[in-house]
Design a protein around this ligand. Structure first.
Ligand SMILES: [Fe+2]
Length: 197
């Protein structure tokens, strides 16, 4: 007598992941879907546009810090390697705060690197390694561009009644960037190491 092998059970269609799905966007970039936060559509839309520019620049600065964290070399390697990573972590936080402000204002955030690269005002660095003073001045120039924009967007937000955006920018984004500028700048002075001049 031969044993009959049971027929294989067909995989349950419920358990199988449905891959390769495509559909239309539920909200186009640039389109506003207002939430009930007692702010006019014009106000929200104006803040969203300005914040997306600031987001693109902040994401670029964040990535510049990681590039320099990996590529730094020389006698100050350890100090800068650690400092760059600390600043990177702080910029990651700012990126999330700015992006989520855009979403709660009813907008859509820029998100992907290719899109950010098209929008940012910060000059693109070379792929290769650069000397420490070049890394530092590149970072300082990026910070100054962001600080200038942050003050101007914070002022515009206050004038239009968007106090939440004003608070985020003046209270967190601006002060974080200013503090990071101080820490970087003190590495870019010609201080003698052994003998006073
Ligand atoms: Fe690391």
């Amino acid at each position: 007598m031969t044993l009959k092998t049971p027929a294989p059970t067909p995989a349950s269609s419920k358990a199988r992941p449905h891959l390769h799905q495509h559909s239309h966007e539920t909200q186009a970039f640039g389109q506003l879907v207002k939430l009930p936060i007692a702010l006019g559509e014009q106000v929200c839309s104006g803040s969203v546009d300005l914040l997306n520019q600031l987001l693109a620049d902040t994401m670029t600065l964040r990535d510049l810090y990681k590039k320099h964290h990996w590529q730094v070399s020389g006698p100050t390697f350890n100090a800068l390697h650690l400092l760059y990573d600390k600043h990177f972590d702080e910029q990651v936080l700012l990126v999330d705060l700015i992006a989520e402000r855009i979403q709660l204002l009813g907008g859509i955030t820029l998100a992907m690197g290719a899109d950010v690269g098209e929008v940012t005002m910060i000059p693109r660095p070379p792929r290769g390694r650069e000397e420490v003073p070049v890394q530092l001045s590149r970072l300082l120039e990026a910070h100054e561009l962001i600080i200038l924009a942050t003050r101007s967007v914070a002022t515009a937000a206050a004038e239009s009644g968007d106090l939440g955006t004003n608070d985020l920018l003046a209270g967190t984004v601006l002060r974080t960037n200013e503090l990071q500028v101080w820490f970087l700048s003190e590495h870019l002075v010609a201080m003698p190491l052994v003998k006073a001049t």
